[in-house]
Each structure stands twice: as structure tokens, then as C-alpha cells.
Write a protein that binds this ligand. Structure first.
Ligand code: NAP
Length: 486
């Protein structure tokens, strides 16, 4: 990981700019010079700086917080003319500097950084993609997005954007402003931001949330990284839930939780990578890897072995160990509503999540019957855990049961239910493991007939809280993590 450190220089005198550059030439790769603040600015200064530092320099006409600049357009044109003949960069805001942007048609050789600043918020993904599309029209050498993050999930969205741009081989800088945006600066450095803005002293920040180079390096050296691994991975709420937990405990500079889209073919490579990575701490594993991952681990906990699926990997003493926390998620979510012992449960599905549920339910002495589309899968699960089974044609039997659990993927991002609404009754407790959308068709149908319900997010929370404790060795702040899921 090569990090390009950039020193923002906001000085009122030309001499101070020259001295800062000379003092830090060895410690920094790039220098960002805020021209509008230099009161005794003249073109000779530009000429000399360009000659001495050329490709290490980035010039700006902007002011902090996009305040109105003082320099007139005529002077800017002279500067752009000079930059057209140099190797230095010019950074222009895509919305705030339209006149200067129009001049790029004349000065085609300028090394251009297209930037977008939003000091109020991190807009939705649609708007961010529109910004990128607009930038693309100017053919920038580097894309820069800098927005205020009001929550860890804003920062995580920025990290997703960075990943997306990197996949398209774009050179980019994605950095969230504010305290909540810092994780995007750290993750950005690890995942290939073209520049990391790190002032020498905190009072020299050019944007809120920047860390000094010393702080930045200290965090990078000690950071522990956890991943949510799946394909697709973008839908997952786990990163925002864990990040909210880190902030609540004040350990947001010690842990980072990122999404990683890993396809079936890439799983082994991912495991090899994290095994070698000293920063890797653990991973939440999801579809389609929960069974396959067991082949690549050094050890697997007894319960995960019995369930036959791993949803959590942790690194201990250089070894990767697999666990299953899904069954705890099921049991915790149910116990908040009902006493499990002796209850008749219809468990629909026979995949990894159903196996985890079957383990938890039988351990807590429920009477479980499996219903599944493929009878062979239902039979295998039923034999492994000692319960009854049937296929989905017999679902009308559920009217005689207490708890109905959907452990299939039916209803995920679709308005479908695995259960005919007519089979649901008021006395049921209906639990849908699917959490996207939060109110699935099954849950809506159950609510319509007055049944109690448990949403998939409740399971996600409790299985995640156990993961959190395995990763951090700290008690999970469950309520904060729950809020992060809303
Ligand atoms: P899985 O191992 O791939 O199993 C999928 C199950 O769904 C199988 O029983 C499969 O039946 C059934 N199925 C798939 N499509 C179906 C259809 N069109 N009609 C009827 N049955 C169908 O997946 P999993 O890991 O067990 O996950 C299952 C669901 O639970 C997913 O939606 C997942 O997101 C959710 N989940 C939620 C949490 C949480 O924390 N809330 C945790 C884990 C999983 P066959 O055997 O016939 O193929």
C-alpha cells in the first residue's frame, strides 16, 4: 500500500509558502497550495514553485467552505496559462468554479483534478453518481469527492464509491469530512486514494476531519480491519451497525468494518490475503460462502461444525477460526418475545440459516418441523438435527404451530412470501429472517391477521452483537447498533 501524503498549505505570505515547502519536501509527496489566501501573490512565485516542485504541486483558487474568493478572473487566466505549460495540477470544484472550468477548453494540457465539495451532507448515491458523470465530461486526471459525513454509513457509502471508481481504474480521492468521515480517509488510504490530506498540525486542516500525518500513521499502523464478505455485498447493513458500535465505545480509530464483494472464485484468494494481512481481525461471512469457507480455515468451532456453516471468521495467533453466530441471533430474537421451550416451530428453508436456527431451537427444546422446496435438503437437515420434515405443499400444517420462521431467501427484495396468507393465524409468532425490505410480504401478511412478528433485522442485530464481541473483545453496545439499523 503506497500512500501519497499531501500537505495543504494555507498561508497569507509567499515567504511562508516557500518555507513550508522547503521544510516538508522530504515528508510529503504532494503539496496543495491555496492561492487565494496569499496576499502578496505574484506570477514569479508560481513560476519558481513550478520549476522547483512541478508535479508535486496542486493549486487551488478556492477558499475554505467554498467562501467567495478574492482573486479576479484575469489573474486566474494568467495562472491557468502558466499551468498549461507545467506539470503541476489544478483542482477546480465542479459546481462552484464554472467560469474556470469553461477555460479548460482553452488550456487543454492542464493536469486537472475535478472536485466536488459538500459541507452540509453526503448526498444520496444517485446524486454522487451524477456528480461523477458530470466530472467525466471534463476528462479529469483525478476525481475528488469530499462531503460531510453525518453518520458512519455516509462514510461507508463513500468507501463504496471509491471501490467502484477503483474497479473502473479511475484515479480518485474520496474523503469524508467531519469526525464521522475519518473512516473513509483511513479506508481510502488502504484502498488506493490517490492522495491523503494530512496537515502537520491539526489547526492547519483544510477540511474538518483531516488527521495530522502523525495521527494518520499511528491509526494506520494499529488499525484492525473487519469485513463483511458476500456476493453481492452492497445491501449489507453490518458495516454501519459495527461502525456505530465502534463510535459508541470510542474505538473508531482502532477498528474498521468494510464491505468486501467476493465472488465464489475469489474466496480462496481472499482468505489467503487476510491470513497474511497483519491488520485483519475478522469477517462476517454471508451468501454464498458460508459452507465453502470452511474448507480454507485452520479450525472451526464445534457448534459451527455441527451446523455445517460459518458466518464469522476471526484471526487468533495467525490462525483463522470459524464460528457461527446466526443461531444465537435466532434464539435471542425469539427469546425477547416468547419462551422457546416446548413450542411447535415451522422452520421454512433448509439452507445455512435454517440449519443455524434448527440448532438453536432444538438446543432450547422446541419441536421443530422443516418445510423446504427441495425435499432432499429438508430430509438431510431433519436427519442431522432429529426433527420432522416435509415439502412446501404441506405448509397448511402450520396453522397448528406456534412459531413460523422463514429461513428461505423468498421475499428478499421482492414482494413475495413463502407462506400462503390463509395459513397464518392471530396466535402465530412470525419471524422472517429476510431483512431487505424491513417489512417483507410475509411480515405484512402476519401483521394483517394480528400475529406477532419478528423482523430479520432483530436477528441481524443479535448475531452481529456476538460477532462484535468476538472481533473487539468488548461488550457490544446493542442499543446503538440497533439504532444504526433503522
Ligand atoms: P441458502 O443456504 O442459500 O438457503 C436458501 C434456502 O432458501 C434454501 O432452503 C432454498 O431451498 C430456499 N429457497 C431459495 N429460493 C427459493 C424459492 N424461490 N422458493 C422456495 N424456497 C427457496 O441461504 P441462507 O444462508 O440459508 O439464507 C436464507 C435467507 O436468510 C436469506 O434471505 C438470508 O439473507 C437470510 N439470513 C438472514 C440473517 C439475518 O441476520 N437476518 C442471517 C442469515 C441469513 P432449496 O433447498 O430448495 O434450494
Amino acid at each position: 500500500m503506497k500512500i501519497n501524503y499531501c500537505l495543504p498549505i494555507i498561508k497569507s505570505k509567499a515567504d511562508e509558502v516557500i518555507k513550508t515547502l522547503a521544510d516538508h519536501q522530504k515528508d510529503y509527496d504532494y503539496f496543495e497550495i491555496w492561492l487565494d489566501y496569499i496576499k502578496d501573490f505574484n506570477l514569479d512565485l508560481m513560476r519558481n514553485l513550478n520549476k522547483k516542485y512541478g508535479p508535486q504541486l496542486i493549486f487551488l483558487f478556492r477558499r475554505r467552505n467554498l467562501q467567495k474568493p478574492k482573486m479576479d478572473l484575469e489573474q486566474k487566466i494568467k495562472i491557468m496559462k502558466m499551468l498549461d505549460q507545467s506539470e503541476s495540477f489544478l483542482d477546480l470544484d465542479i459546481f462552484a468554479q464554472k467560469k474556470e472550468l469553461a477555460l479548460l477548453k482553452t488550456f487543454k494540457k492542464i493536469r486537472f483534478i475535478a472536485s466536488y465539495h459538500n459541507y452540509q451532507e453526503t448526498p444520496g448515491d444517485k446524486k454522487l453518481h451524477e456528480v461523477i458523470a458530470l466530472m467525466k465530461k471534463y476528462h479529469p486526471e483525478i476525481y475528488k469527492i469530499s462531503t460531510l459525513c453525518q453518520s458512519p454509513s455516509d462514510a461507508l457509502r463513500l468507501i463504496d464509491l471509491l471501490t467502484e471508481l477503483k474497479e473502473k481504474n479511475a484515479s480518485c480521492i474520496v474523503s469524508g469530512m467531519g469526525q464521522k468521515g475519518r473512516i473513509s480517509r483511513i479506508a481510502g488510504a488502504i484502498w488506493g486514494n490517490a492522495l491523503s490530506y494530512t496537515p502537520v498540525r491539526i489547526r492547519e486542516q483544510s477540511a474538518e476531519g483531516q488527521l495530522t500525518k502523525l495521527q494518520f500513521n499511528r491509526i494506520l499502523k494499529n488499525i484492525k480491519i473487519c469485513y463483511f464478505v458476500a456476493d453481492p455485498a452492497k445491501h449489507s447493513l453490518s458495516p454501519q451497525m459495527h461502525e456505530a458500535g465502534y463510535f459508541a465505545l470510542g474505538i473508531e480509530d482502532k477498528f474498521l468494518f468494510l464491505r468486501r464483494r467476493v465472488n465464489k472464485r475469489g474466496l480462496k484468494q481472499f482468505i489467503d490475503e487476510v491470513k497474511k494481512d497483519p491488520h485483519f481481525c475478522g469477517a462476517g461471512i454471508s451468501i454464498p460462502h458460508k459452507t465453502e469457507v470452511t474448507k480454507y480455515l485452520d479450525d472451526i468451532g464445534g457448534i459451527a461444525k455441527k451446523i455445517g456453516a460459518v458466518n464469522t471468521v476471526i484471526k487468533r495467533g495467525g490462525k483463522l477460526i470459524g464460528f457461527n453466530t446466526d443461531w444465537i441471533g435466532v434464539v435471542e430474537a425469539l427469546q425477547k418475545k416468547i419462551k422457546i421451550k416446548g413450542k411447535k416451530v415451522a422452520l421454512i428453508g433448509a439452507g445455512g440459516a435454517a440449519r443455524a436456527a434448527a440448532y438453536g431451537l432444538i438446543k432450547n427444546k422446541a419441536k421443530v418441523k422443516i418445510f423446504n422446496r427441495s425435499l432432499v435438503h429438508a430430509k438431510k437437515l431433519a436427519q442431522d438435527f432429529g426433527c420432522d420434515f416435509s415439502d412446501l405443499n404441506d405448509l397448511k400444517e402450520i396453522t397448528k404451530m406456534d412459531i413460523i420462521i422463514n429461513a428461505t431467501s423468498v421475499g428478499m427484495n421482492e414482494d413475495k412470501s413463502p407462506v400462503n396468507k390463509n395459513f397464518l393465524i392471530k396466535n402465530h409468532l412470525v419471524f422472517d429472517m429476510v431483512y431487505s425490505p424491513p417489512l417483507t410480504r410475509l411480515i405484512k401478511d402476519a401483521m394483517d391477521c394480528g400475529a406477532q412478528v419478528i423482523l430479520g433485522k432483530e436477528m441481524l442485530l443479535h448475531q452481529g452483537a456476538v460477532q462484535f464481541e468476538l472481533f473487539t473483545d468488548r461488550k457490544a453496545p446493542v442499543e446503538t447498533m440497533r439504532e444504526a439499523l433503522t
